[in-house]
Design a protein around this ligand. Sequence first.
Ligand SMILES: O=C(O)CCC(=O)C(=O)O
Ligand SMILES: [Fe+2]
Length: 277
Amino acid sequence: MEELTRFRPDADLDSFVAALERDGGAVVEDFADPETLAALWADLGPPLDSTPYCGDWYNGTRTRRLSSLFARTRHVVPLVTQPLYLGAARALMQRPVPMWIGRSQVDVTPSIQISGTQVIQIDPGQGKQPLHRDDALHLRRHPGPVSRLQMMLAMSDFTAENGGTQVIPGSHLWDDDQAPDASASVPTRMRAGSALVWEGGVYHNGGRNTSEEPRTGLTIALDLGNLRQEENQYLAVPRVIAADLPEEVQRLLGYDRCPPGLGWLEMDDPRLALDSD
Ligand SMILES: O=C(O)CCC(=O)C(=O)O
Ligand SMILES: [Fe+2]
């Protein structure tokens, strides 16, 4: 496969989900509108500029990473609620789990939640990151149920030369004995405003930047609601900021319960904590 399938934002959700199930990833062109992209640069550009390089080989020694994005800008709201992305995350992860409660067999549908958020800026001279699966964070076994759907918005153009995310199509279906090989990976080429969407079981990495310009991407991961969030959203996003977000986003940030019974507060809906602020 030369590159992942590309979709327009008004594409049919079922065909987008089918491409993700088949290849593990896909590109959505014009994922964010130009106003949102400009607003993201205005809010996140200055703090990104004052963020030092990461200090380790995995995160990149010529790479800046800025997190706590829901605390820093409201303009991530249209990204996490983009209908193809959120729709596919719900379709792939909110699958009923059958269980017995006494002599009744019931289906329980899990929630999903925002896990990690980052702007990742790869500067010229940064080498490629090792291939990895992001759902390894949760020690997932493969093949197995989808527990993460992640998106990477291109804040600047992504090319094969500037470190556009490398993906191994179909690798979400591999078992845990198969080692990833860079010869099977394809670079993500997309214009600023477009986004890569990929499952947590797909091998991928930030590419080598041999160009003259930084490559800037904004990533959000949605995870199954019974897993620990990668980034501690309760501490990353001040409660007064969370209280002002749309209810759907509050629930995605973790002010929600995952059925049948995780995450309650006083045995009730934890979102009530935001109403009292
Ligand atoms: O920057 C990228 O393109 C991907 C980064 C990544 O996969 C990671 O840090 O987990
Ligand atoms: Fe990753």
